[in-house]
Design a protein around this ligand. Structure first.
Ligand code: IVH
Length: 708
């Protein structure tokens, strides 16, 4: 009886929720809605045995903090090729039509929020996962449940038993402005734009906070193995009937002219949309055609994003702040008279470095042009000289650190100034700790920038090694922590002892040693001791390591303070050695190899790893003990000659790969990605969360199976 009553109330509430939030056509008043909700809440609290995580009452969220579990995407979340040029877009259309003949394209808005993948099982929301690195993301289900436009239970019929639907979590401008007004009143740093705000909100610990932030969710892509549709338009139409919010602005276009018209319309009309967009996505409609056209390693070849040109605004430069990053790099940041740009109010913009400022000849009180490009942080692109005050004087760059007053230095060949006071300059100390605990480094959960500041201010941590001495009792009394969070943090710190060496090396924060370089160093040297004791000549032998990186490494290990920290990390039990991967086959058992030169498909280290994985041996030099020389491009002629003389079999990369063909395939998906290095740089230089955001890194997982 009660069960039935509860079910009926849930059903009615979900229906009215859909009418109100998705269709914008409410059938009952807010008051009536609230009464139904209260009724359901009362019944549910009287009958806890009938609780359901997908009940409409769950949409208000709860104050329990949630830890985000990492979830592997069943289908990788790909990125899109993008262009700012209509010519390139036309080439895309021509290429498709050349292969496929006349083609139907679906044109959609490119929503500027944060990507999400929703999984439904038997018509119920099972999980919501962020894009993460494309192959795995964070489980943010509790937070997503609070978003009113996300159906918790599907309507209608015909949905597959199991499917995923992807889309964008957006923060409408109205929610964004309200949030920033509140933050300003509370003296909190402002959020840079709705995209960052949406991404940040999704990662809130408390779903009750998320519920209040007014997020929205628009879906644009289904993923599943056996979708019962033959094209995208059909899939979207059904998804709309199941209760999803599908953009009403999506259109089918048959040719270049129609696509151009769609773009031209939205380039202008988007200014009156209530949420941010940054372009148009053009997708082939037909699924069979999509399968024929296929994918690159990162993106479908049947879709492309055309991005709108950045908008510019003119505003007054009020002052310039100088921020100190974790490596001591100084970044000048302009404070601007607030100006509306692409739907958001811009108050700050990066000026990069002294050279950039000199080039712009930017002066106090100048009127400047700000632009938001593909970048996250607005930049100043020029000065309106006609509006310059007659008495203006050139700007003189700072000579001392704004935080610790140490005299700044400039390293050869570098545009930035640095504060050399590594161990005494607060933002550097805190920045290094924050870098160390990042997900891509030691992945210590539960500690954010504020907590680190707090720990530092309370004298509990001064460097990364202090983390390993922390006790839950020291953390629990700190504001906003409490026993449970304290224990979680300690557990996470303890777990970080198992993080592989390559990530520990990345976490140390050696200048220029990004994630990829750390991986190459770990592959090459296998242990921290070996990296520490390597000479300059030995360092540059590792893939991707040049003079600049080698010097930074030498400098890092020449510092007594760094050595002290490393010793303490060693005592704490961190991984200082790269673990050998488990052998996958013995195809190469008893065979010895020398790798030389450059290769198209693998790095040298990857080839060496493959040899070990398949039971072979790597030798450094050509000698009578060597069976095979794997010869790449640009290998030394002397080596080749010697190998020939000794009768060693010389093989190409392809021939080597063929040797492994019969054994279990091991693929290297971790290709060097400049994208990562770029976002590392960004987060390094602009520590202020108000103007910093991490671009989602591009997925590196090759495509498996069919997607749509
Ligand atoms: S389709 C396999 N459609 O843009 C294709 N993406 O730059 C998957 N985005 O990660 C994406 N609006 O977060 C698609 N209408 C739209 C989109 C859209 C925004 C985002 C999405 C994606 C990114 C790629």
């Amino acid at each position: 009886m009660v069960r039935k009553q509860i079910e009926e109330l849930r059903h009615r509430l979900e229906y009215h929720n859909f009418k109100y939030y998705v269709e914008n056509k409410p059938e009952i008043s807010d008051f009536e809605f609230d009464i139904l909700m209260r009724e359901l809440q009362d019944l549910e609290s009287a009958h806890p045995e009938l609780a359901d995580p997908n009940s409409p009452t769950m949409r208000v969220g709860c104050d329990l903090t949630s830890e985000f579990q990492t979830i592997e995407h069943r289908f990788p979340m790909l990125s899109l090729g993008n262009t700012y040029s209509l010519d390139e877009l036309h080439e895309f259309i021509d290429r498709i039509e050349k292969e496929e003949g006349p083609t139907e394209f679906v044109c959609e808005l490119k929503f500027d929020g944060t990507a999400i993948s929703l999984t439904y099982e038997h018509g119920q929301l099972l999980r919501a996962v962020t894009r993460g690195d494309g192959s795995q993301g964070d489980d943010v289900t509790a937070n997503v449940r609070t978003i009113r436009t996300v159906p918790l239970k599907l309507q209608g019929s015909g949905w597959p038993d199991y499917f995923e639907i992807r889309g964008e979590i957006l923060m409408p401008y109205s929610s964004f402005d309200r949030l920033n007004t509140e933050r300003e009143a509370a003296g909190e740093p402002l959020l840079a734009n709705p995209r960052n705000a949406a991404a940040g909100t999704l990662k809130q610990q408390s779903s009750a906070v998320v519920a209040r932030r007014g997020l929205d969710c628009t879906l644009y892509q289904l993923a599943g193995n056996d979708l019962p549709f033959s094209n995208h338009w059909e899939a979207l139409t059904h998804a709309r009937n199941w209760g999803f919010k599908i953009s009403e602005h999506t259109r089918i276009c048959h040719n270049r002219a129609e696509i151009d018209a769609f773009i031209a319309h939205w380039d202008e009309a988007r200014r009156s949309l209530p949420f941010p967009t940054d372009g148009v996505v053009i997708k082939v409609n037909d699924f069979a055609a999509r399968r024929r056209i296929g994918f690159t390693a990162k993106a479908p070849k049947w879709a492309v994003a055309y991005k709108f040109k950045a908008e510019q605004a003119l505003t007054k430069l009020e002052s310039i702040d100088f921020q100190v990053g974790r490596t001591g790099a100084i970044t000048p940041v302009a404070n601007l008279a607030p100006v509306l740009l692409a739907g958001t109010t811009v108050r700050r913009a990066t000026l990069h470095n002294a050279e950039q400022m000199a080039q712009l000849d930017i002066r106090p009180n100048d009127m400047v042009y700000v632009e938001k490009g593909g970048e996250i942080i607005p930049k100043i692109t020029g000065v309106e000289l006609s509006l310059r005050p007659a008495d203006s004087r050139p700007f003189t760059y700072i000579t001392h650190c704004p935080e610790c007053n140490t005299e700044l230095v400039r390293y050869e060949g570098e545009a930035k100034h640095y504060c050399p006071n590594q161990s005494g300059c607060r933002p550097q100390i805190i920045g290094r700790i924050i870098h160390f605990i990042r997900r891509k480094a030691l992945n210590i959960d539960g500690l954010g920038e504020e907590t680190i500041e707090l720990l530092y201010a309370n004298g509990l941590v001064h460097d990364i090694s202090d983390l390993y001495d922390l006790q839950a009792e020291q953390l629990a009394p700190l504001p906003r922590l409490g026993e449970k969070s304290a224990e979680n943090i300690i557990r996470s710190i303890r777990a970080s002892r198992e993080i592989p060496f390559r990530r520990v090396l990345f976490g140390l924060g050696i200048r220029f040693v990004g994630e990829t370089t750390a991986k190459y160093l770990a592959d090459h040297f296998r242990s921290l001791d070996a990296v520490m004791h390597a000479s300059r000549e030995e360092l540059v032998e590792a893939d991707e390591v040049g003079d600049k990186i080698a010097d930074a490494i030498l400098e890092y290990f020449a510092d007594a303070e760094n050595l002290r920290i490393i010793n303490r990390l060693r005592e704490a039990g961190l991984q200082f050695e790269e673990q050998a991967r488990e052998q996958t086959s013995s195809t190469l058992a008893g065979k010895s190899f020398v790798i030389s030169g450059k290769f198209a498909n693998h790095s040298r280290e990857e080839l060496k790893e493959l040899i070990e994985l398949h039971g072979g041996r790597n030798l450094a030099a050509v000698s009578g003990n060597v069976d095979y020389l794997v010869a790449g491009e640009n290998m030394g002629p002397a080596k080749l000659k010697k190998a020939e003389k000794l009768g060693i079999t010389i093989i190409t990369e392809e021939e080597f790969s063929a040797m492994l063909e019969d054994s279990t395939t091991v693929s290297f998906t971790d290709t060097p990605s400049q994208q990562n290095e770029v976002s590392d740089l960004l987060s390094e230089h602009i520590p202020d969360p108000a103007i910093q955001a991490e671009e989602p890194s591009k997925p590196e997982t090759p495509i498996q199976g069919s997607l749509f």
